[in-house]
Design a protein around this ligand. Sequence first.
Ligand SMILES: Cc1cc2nc3c(=O)[nH]c(=O)nc-3n(C[C@H](O)[C@H](O)[C@H](O)COP(=O)(O)O)c2cc1C
Length: 306
Amino acid sequence: MTPKPDMSVHLGGLRMKNPVMVASGTFGYGPEYADLIDLNRLGAVVVKGISREPVRGNPPPRTVEVASGLINAIGLQNPGVDGFASEYMPFLRKYDVPVIVNIWGRSIDDYAFVAERVDAVDGVAGIEVNVSCPNIKEGSCMFGSNLDMFKRVIAAVRQKTRLTLIPKLAPDIAGIQPFAKAAEESGADAISLINSVPAMAIDIEERRPKLGNVTGGLSGPAIKPIAVKMVWEAAKAVKIPIVGIGGISTAPDALEFIIAGATAVAVGTANFTEPATAVAIIEGIDAYLVRNGMKGIVELVGSLWK
Ligand SMILES: Cc1cc2nc3c(=O)[nH]c(=O)nc-3n(C[C@H](O)[C@H](O)[C@H](O)COP(=O)(O)O)c2cc1C
């Protein structure tokens, strides 16, 4: 009998049993999905973005469906770092799945503060740094689009944690490579991309924006080809692993990202329509490796024929 392919991957010191995680903001903090799928099957769980203090988020409507996608403007609602640690970590610690905490702030000091707190929480494996949320009015966005601010925020977070550090890059920047390189030079263990793409939709009868926040972030199948291209470009610029995100809802989608250069992938919007999407993708990748006589997933990473 041929041995099963090795699905495990590493992001810095973080070992994942398979390359498929769930994306921040689309999987709550874990308990929301625990009755629907076996969390232990996942490569990692990335929780909804956490900030220094609790945040109420934006006025409704907060989401609108568009062709092949979703525009959201949740406004980074969250219970704050201490609320997250006390309310959700006791639950998450019961599982054999790495927990990656997505963080954001309105200042460099905020990011450093939250990173230090998260670092002290038992059971957390990594920190994903959201510098690219299109849904809040101040802060956060500028860190993702200004190279100097980006470097400073990542270096500040790096100083506060030894956990696997994963900056999450913005899609709406002139070129991905300088940001990918800056992340690597600032001590990141991996990078993830992409966040949702700034977007808006209008109700023409009312002549009003469809979202309470007016603009939001587009996610889902509509953004996948953009994300694949950005992962491919980033992979040429850095040696650290890449987590590919954007419109992944099937194993072939995930495989595109991996062949383009992603070591791991995250499933986002697809969790809303089918909670078992990530599990089906894990099985589909495994079947692909078997079908192609590959010993492990690592063989496939960045294997695009050129
Ligand atoms: C409702 C919603 C909430 C999100 N919240 C966050 C968040 O808190 N932090 C973050 O970094 N990304 C957040 N994202 C972005 C996703 O993690 C992901 O990068 C994006 O949706 C693209 O992937 P997808 O097309 O598979 O959904 C959110 C996305 C959606 C749809």
